[in-house]
Write a protein that binds this ligand. Structure first.
Ligand SMILES: [Zn+2]
Length: 114
């Protein structure tokens, strides 16, 4: 899984599935409400499990995201004080989440790591 795919999953997948889960609670307990709630719950569970596995791989096993641009593996990954995830590649610079709800990725080719 690449950094961009991971970013999209976290920033778009979670809100969508949380919304589904919330809808499932709000909707009347008929067929549709149960299906929507189950889908949301399942989605959040899968994303949570994926996140936990990835966090373990990142922290313990030295897993690194490939650079979105040059596909290099010599990257650093972290979370800024703004709660934006960033990926640093020595060749391409910094890719950092930005914009509304951190939906975008900004690319800074400078040498400085933020
Ligand atoms: Zn790169």
């Amino acid at each position: 899984m690449g950094f961009i795919a991971w970013h999209c999953l976290i920033r778009m997948g979670f809100p969508v599935f949380m919304l589904l889960g919330g809808l499932g609670i709000l909707l009347p307990k008929n067929g549709v409400g149960n299906v929507v709630g189950a889908l949301g719950g399942l989605g959040v569970f899968i994303l949570g499990a994926t996140g936990a596995i990835l966090a373990v791989r990142l922290l313990i096993r030295g897993f690194k995201f490939a650079c979105p641009q040059c596909k290099g593996r010599e990257t650093d990954f972290g979370m800024s004080q703004k709660k934006a995830m960033w990926l640093y590649c020595p060749r391409c610079g910094v890719f950092e989440e930005s914009g509304f709800l951190k939906m975008q990725i900004s690319h800074d080719a400078g040498e400085e790591k933020k």
